[in-house]
Write a protein that binds this ligand. Structure first.
Ligand code: HEC
Length: 129
């Protein structure tokens, strides 16, 4: 009798419990994995200045144009194009947008950081078209 109780409740309960444990770290991994294809130096700048808007958690407008959660699924051509756009926006002082710069000046990348993005954006292999 006791064994049946164990088999009926404890075993499925344990299975459900371990499955829930498994699925949480999987989600966390998914989130951090998104940025790992960026070099560390770039990743740091993006996390400090861009991810509030340009991830799945960000605004519709910003994430539809540039979404770091999906960066790894961008084609190499798209990554190259977006990297070049990132630098040109930063070079113009257009990103983060004006309202965000005024509200949170801490988001504004420094000259050195913009230089890092520039070098990185130029490091993509040129396509042989
Ligand atoms: C406060 C929110 C916010 C932050 C922070 C922000 N952006 Fe944006 N970004 C937007 C919005 C909204 C758009 C779309 C509207 C537009 O193009 O002006 C956009 C558009 C862009 C585009 C244009 C993409 C395309 O293909 O046209 C680039 C590139 C970009 N952002 C880069 C960056 C980078 C790099 C950072 C960090 C240094 C950054 N953004 C930080 C809100 C933000």
């Amino acid at each position: 009798m006791k064994k049946t109780v164990i088999a009926l409740f404890i075993v499925p309960g344990f299975l459900i419990f371990s499955l829930s444990l498994l699925s949480f770290p999987a989600n966390a991994q998914e989130a951090s994995k998104a940025l790992t294809s960026l070099p560390d130096s770039v990743n740091k700048i993006v996390i400090a200045s861009c991810t509030p808007c340009h991830t799945n958690e960000g605004g519709l407008m910003s994430k539809s144009k540039l979404n770091f959660t999906e960066w790894t699924s961008y084609s190499p051509e798209k990554q190259k194009e977006k990297a070049a756009k990132m630098y040109s926006e930063l070079n113009k002082g257009a990103m983060p947008p004006k309202a965000a710069r005024e509200k949170s000046p801490g988001l504004i990348p420094t000259k050195e950081q913009i230089d890092i993005i520039k070098k990185w954006s130029e490091s993509f292999p040129s396509d042989n078209k």
